[in-house]
Design a protein around this ligand. Structure first.
Ligand code: NDP
Length: 258
């Protein structure tokens, strides 16, 4: 299937590692110029070296206005984008009774306001090009929460609704907006957590991850970042031209409701 993506430009937030990096590689393989984002220049440069000529830097913290200014500066330098993927994000660990307001605000800025502010920043470029695509990476936890990360669950649910609402606002401008809710994806984030949690008990981090997969995913394994990335790449293409305002679960059967 020809995805007809060659010649497009994409900004993928949080693409120096994990899912975002796999999506950037997947798009680059289809001939898309990719702007690589992360807070740390060295990691962004390493990702660019890995991807090759199709990649350019867009360093900045998307949870801050200043960081976003820098990222939008890179977008401008690239002459605009056709595709925006709001992927930067991270898990949390707290109770509602104990977490301070500041922590809620921090995650609201990262998971929601980054997407709001980037939409305002890049949609004019997309309009000038005659259309575009916005994909938001939320999480299965937006609808099926795990107990230990209420702030993550709530802010990812908000991102899902933002996605649905933005889709309505932009459909008339030929900009398609969708959301993807992944289940378990084996990224450095999960591997580091597993290594940390098993450090004092023999270090069987693979066994720990298998236990998580056995408990939560009927398919009994994590997804690789690459197999999730393929779904993102397809949704970016005109082959998904009738997909608007939806949330797609890529979760190995983890979501238990219809
Ligand atoms: P990783 O921690 O592996 O990678 C996160 C990437 O985002 C890195 O490139 C990191 O670079 C960057 N990043 C983090 N914070 C910021 C920030 N404030 N501004 C700019 N870049 C940032 O994460 P994953 O690949 O696992 O997750 C990616 C997304 O997928 C997240 O939104 C996550 O919630 C979602 N998700 C992940 C699942 C999983 O199982 N892994 C399941 C469901 C959803 P740096 O630290 O240098 O800034």
């Amino acid at each position: 299937m020809d995805l007809n993506l060659a010649g497009k430009t994409a900004l993928i937030t949080g693409s120096s590692d994990g899912i975002g990096l796999a999506v950037a590689k997947g798009l680059a393989a289809e001939g898309v110029r990719v702007l690589i984002n992360g807070r740390h220049t060295e990691k962004v440069e390493a990702a660019i070296a890995d991807i090759g000529d199709a990649a350019a830097p867009a360093v900045g913290d998307v949870a801050s206005v200043e960081g976003l200014d820098a990222v939008l500066g890179a977008v401008e330098a690239a002459g605009g984008v056709d595709i925006l993927i709001n992927n930067a994000g991270t898990g949390s660990n707290e109770t509602i009774m104990e977490a301070p307001d500041e922590k809620w605000q921090q995650y609201w800025d990262l998971h929601v306001m980054a997407a709001v502010r980037l939409a305002r920043g890049v949609v004019p470029y997309m309009e000038a090009r005659g259309g575009g695509v916005v994909l938001n990476n939320a999480s299965i936890c937006a609808v099926q929460p795990l107990w230990y990360e209420p702030i993550y669950n709530v802010t990812k649910a908000a991102l899902m609704m933002f996605s649905r609402t933005l889709a309505t606002e932009l459909v008339g401008r030929n900009i398609r907006v969708n959301c993807i809710n992944p289940g378990l994806v084996q990224t450095p984030d999960w591997v580091n957590t597993a290594k940390e949690l098993t450090r004092d008990t023999g270090g069987d981090w693979q066994g720990y991850l298998q236990g998580v997969a056995d408990e939560y995913a009927p398919i009994k394994r994590f997804s690789s970042p690459e197999e999730l990335a393929d779904f993102f790449v397809f949704l970016c293409s005109d082959r998904a031209s009738y997909s608007i305002g939806s949330t797609y679960f890529v979760d190995g059967g983890m979501k238990l409701t219809v």
